[in-house]
Ligand binder design. Structure first.
Ligand SMILES: Cc1ncc(COP(=O)(O)O)c(C=O)c1O
Ligand SMILES: N[C@@H](CCCC[NH3+])C(=O)O
Length: 419
């Protein structure tokens, strides 16, 4: 359930009609719903309750907007970060430092040092080499880095090849058969407190079976590590749960996922950690766009919208589907190619799509744009970075006017009603 619904024939974000946002702010523009963000955070946390001692860290990469992060921090989420920039954003949004987990295969010395200086909760180490570097930096500072070792379980998540992370050929983690030896080596190093293992097999996973298979392998590994005399208190099971993009998609629900996890980890006696991204924010955002014009095409008309691949890269990168709907409800449909203005044929949101009829000047949305949307935007073709708006009931505010990430922090707007 999200809070983007038609009322009196007009698509609203919570209580705000979308035409009001286009008129007041701009088009294209990302629009997020605070109520949906809070609902998804609550549903996910509740779904994991049967699994016992659980910690949930939102994967900041999915939507690093400060206002969004603040909503999620207030809703009790920690943060999974993959760069110094994301770490700073999490802190700026008020995430407790002990609730920050640092993942990523290429943390630099400076980023490792930043994590130590900020005293974050956990580093997920992705290689023996990284562990040795972190140990040296921690020891030189007289600090302790609480860590897990990220393991590559060689499980096919059944997702798009570009977002699969748990197969042997992927760059992430250490091979599971080498994990006991690497764990033993790192556990003996100064400055590191290795307390468990981590796994994340990919994103947009539409089937629980590979996740269950990965968890089973992790369970065996925990047993082997304990057999070798290690104390294992934490297992990070990552994120990756898929969401509904097409109206008839039926991905596993957080409740299905929580029940599976509870069954699969029964008796482990550890704190379980999770790093959900898409499932929290995906359907909490839409990309609102305006039709520039409709031009004839060889097979179908081209609907040229003012959003483009630089604003929402997923269709161009992964052939991803984003549901396209007119803001003014209509029962009349047509089949069209939906394209942006950028000078590449890859700037195509959909080919031969059946959708509600739109014409020049009409507003429409791409749904499920809250995850990996604005965060992957660029200025390609010298287009402005797309603005973002947060809606809360009948209020709305611009929450980012797309200042480059390096300078973002104080500059990105957070409305005073966010608290
Ligand atoms: C280490 C890690 N954790 C969490 C996530 C979040 O994934 P998702 O947005 O699919 O839940 C990702 C992205 O795939 C990731 O690489
Ligand atoms: N950017 C990808 C997801 C990447 C997941 C990050 N590990 C997407 O839009 O689907």
């Amino acid at each position: 359930m999200d809070h983007f619904q038609y009322r009196n024939g007009i698509l609203h974000a919570e209580d705000v009609p979308l035409p009001a946002i286009a008129a007041a702010v701009a088009s294209p523009v990302y629009v997020y719903s605070r109520a949906t963000l809070e609902r998804h955070a609550r549903v996910f946390q509740d779904a994991l309750k049967p699994a016992g001692d659980v910690e949930v860290a939102f994967a900041v990469k999915a939507n690093p907007n400060l206002a969004v992060l603040r909503v999620l921090a207030n809703a009790g989420m920690g943060a999974d970060v993959v760069s110094g920039g994301e770490l700073r954003r999490a802190l700026a949004a008020g995430v407790g430092r002990d609730r920050i987990v640092f993942s990523g295969v290429g943390k630099t010395d400076a980023e490792l040092a930043l994590g130590l200086e900020e005293n974050i909760g956990q580093f997920n180490i992705e290689s023996e080499e990284e562990g040795i570097e972190l140990s040296a930096i921690a020891a030189s500072k007289g600090a302790t880095a609480y860590c897990t070792l990220r393991v590559n379980p060689d499980v096919d998540a059944g997702t798009h090849a570009k977002i699969s992370t748990g197969k042997a050929e992927n760059k992430f983690g250490v091979p599971i058969d080498r994990a006991p030896a690497i764990y033993a080596r790192l556990a003996a190093l100064p400055g590191l407190r290795l307390r468990g293992v981590a796994v994340h097999i990919g994103s947009m996973i539409a089937d629980l079976a590979p996740m269950a298979a990965a968890i089973m392998r992790m369970g065996e590994l925990v047993g082997a590590l304990r057999g070798n005399g290690h104390v294992v208190t934490h297992v990070d099971l990552g994120g990756g749960l898929g969401v509904r993009y097409r109206p008839d998609d039926a991905p596993p629900t957080p409740t299905d996922y929580g029940a599976m996890v509870a069954r699969a980890t029964k008796g482990w006696g550890v704190r379980l950690m999770f790093e959900p991204g898409r499932v929290i924010v995906g359907n909490a955002g839409v990309l609102l766009t305006k039709v520039i014009r409709v031009k004839p095409g060889a097979t179908h008309p081209f609907v040229v919208v003012d959003a483009a691949m630089n604003d929402l890269a997923r269709p161009a990168l992964y052939d991803a589907y984003h549901h396209f709907e007119p803001v003014i409800e209509t029962n009349t449909t047509f089949t069209a190619n939906i394209v942006g203005p950028v000078c590449e044929s890859g700037d195509t949101f959909a080919m031969a799509r059946d959708c509600g009829v739109v014409g020049a000047g009409d507003l429409a949305v791409f749904r499920t744009a809250g995850a990996y949307g604005a965060t992957m935007a660029s200025t390609y073709n010298s287009r402005d970075l797309v603005p973002e708006v947060l809606v809360d009931g009948s209020r709305h505010a611009v929450v980012a006017d797309r200042i480059p990430a390096a300078t973002v922090m104080g500059a990105e707007r957070v409305p005073d009603w966010l608290g």
